[in-house]
Design a protein around this ligand. Structure first.
Ligand SMILES: NC(=O)c1ccc[n+]([C@@H]2O[C@H](COP(=O)([O-])OP(=O)(O)OC[C@H]3O[C@@H](n4cnc5c(N)ncnc54)[C@H](O)[C@@H]3O)[C@@H](O)[C@H]2O)c1
Length: 318
């Protein structure tokens, strides 16, 4: 292990943990220094891939025994709060997965603890860190006044085939409202500022343990601009995600995370051709700047609380 690199302790070696560890292993400024997962098999496998670093099934042991600079937290949402508070009590910098927590109260406590600890706190909202975000912001200037924003999230199968893990299908902490919509409410917040949920109708199946199958919601930006959300799971259509901004002179659309297109007047939309980038590596670049005490473009827990507020309102919890 390279001693000059920032040492990251990874808590949660599932789908997202593995993706982030791949990015950390190939990043010039970071290294995976220890891994924890309640599954010994996953922890051990990830530790081996990271150069035989120490691994633990109890994250508290990892925090007590390892000298780490930063923790990356990628466990299911209902465990974020308790683990984050322990990490922050050890005064470790913390990169946390979204959504920040499993309730607004938890998210607010995490923000307060991060501020008390005086550490760098950051979240992984990949759309924000890749080239599509500055391109969207630049092109906003070309489309006149924004009339409306439509967010469409349609899934043939939920959970998606690549994320078949039981918590994602449960009502307690799963569902696409928690798992996917925060990316788009965050994008809206980052582009336009505060947004408020005016009404939200969530469709649930009969099974009280099962997550939602649909949501129809109406929100407004602070200047009154309408934002609609149309989410459905289990439909006879392949997965389709479309974030669309309608301006008086043009329409911007981000389809399936990466395809930005621009429509003007009565013309067919044109692809804007933003190059695909390694968004986790771009996030790590920003995190490195923050750890060096330099100015960095990071989504902080402050923003995470704002996103959580919208999320809880969509779910009818606030
Ligand atoms: N930012 C993104 O684009 C993105 C994408 C997918 C998932 N996520 C988020 O990442 C987080 C994890 O999701 P995932 O898809 O990797 O889930 P997952 O179920 O694949 O992995 C979670 C891992 O955490 C482990 N775990 C559970 N409790 C633990 C504990 N107390 N200590 C240590 N390990 C523990 C599990 O054994 C599992 O290996 C969630 O918050 C999810 O919303 C973010």
């Amino acid at each position: 292990m390279n001693q000059s690199k920032w040492k990251v302790g990874v808590i949660g070696a599932g789908v997202m943990g593995e993706r982030m560890m791949n990015a950390i292993r190939t990043h010039e400024t970071f290294c995976v220094a220890a891994v924890s997962d309640v599954s010994a098999e996953r922890a051990q496998e990830a530790a081996q891939k990271s150069g035989d670093v120490p691994w633990y099934t109890d994250y508290k042991e990892l925090l007590a025994k390892e000298e780490l600079d930063c923790i990356y937290l990628a466990v299911p949402p209902k465990f974020h709060h308790a683990i984050a508070l322990d990490v922050l009590a050890h005064k470790k910098h913390l990169l946390c997965e979204k959504p920040l927590a499993n309730s607004l109260g938890e998210a607010e406590e995490m923000l307060a603890a991060a501020k008390d600890a005086g550490v760098v706190h950051a979240m992984n909202f990949p759309l924000y860190y890749q080239g599509i975000f500055p391109e969207l912001r630049r092109r906003l200037e070309e489309i006149g006044d924004v009339r409306r924003i439509d967010i469409l999230t349609h899934f043939h199968t939920w959970p998606r085939p690549w994320q078949q893990t039981p918590w994602l299908s449960g009502r307690e902490q799963g569902g696409f409202i928690r798992e996917v919509l925060p990316h788009f409410t965050h994008l809206t917040y980052a582009l336009f500022g505060d947004l408020q949920v005016i009404r939200s109708e969530v469709d649930y199946p009969e099974d009280p343990q099962a997550c939602e199958t649909g949501v129809s919601a109406f929100l407004r930006l602070a200047d009154g601009t309408p934002v609609t959300i149309n989410g459905l799971a289990g439909i006879a259509h392949q997965e389709h995600l479309d974030y669309r901004i309608y301006g008086t002179k043009g329409t911007l659309s981000v389809v399936n995370w990466s395809k930005l297109s621009v429509g003007r007047d009565n013309e067919a939309p044109q692809a804007a051709g933003v190059p695909e980038q390694d968004r986790l590596s771009l996030l790590l670049d920003e995190l490195a700047l923050a750890l060096e005490g330099k100015e960095a473009r990071l989504v902080t827990f402050e923003t995470g609380v704002k996103v959580q507020k919208v999320l809880e309102a969509l779910l009818g919890h606030a």
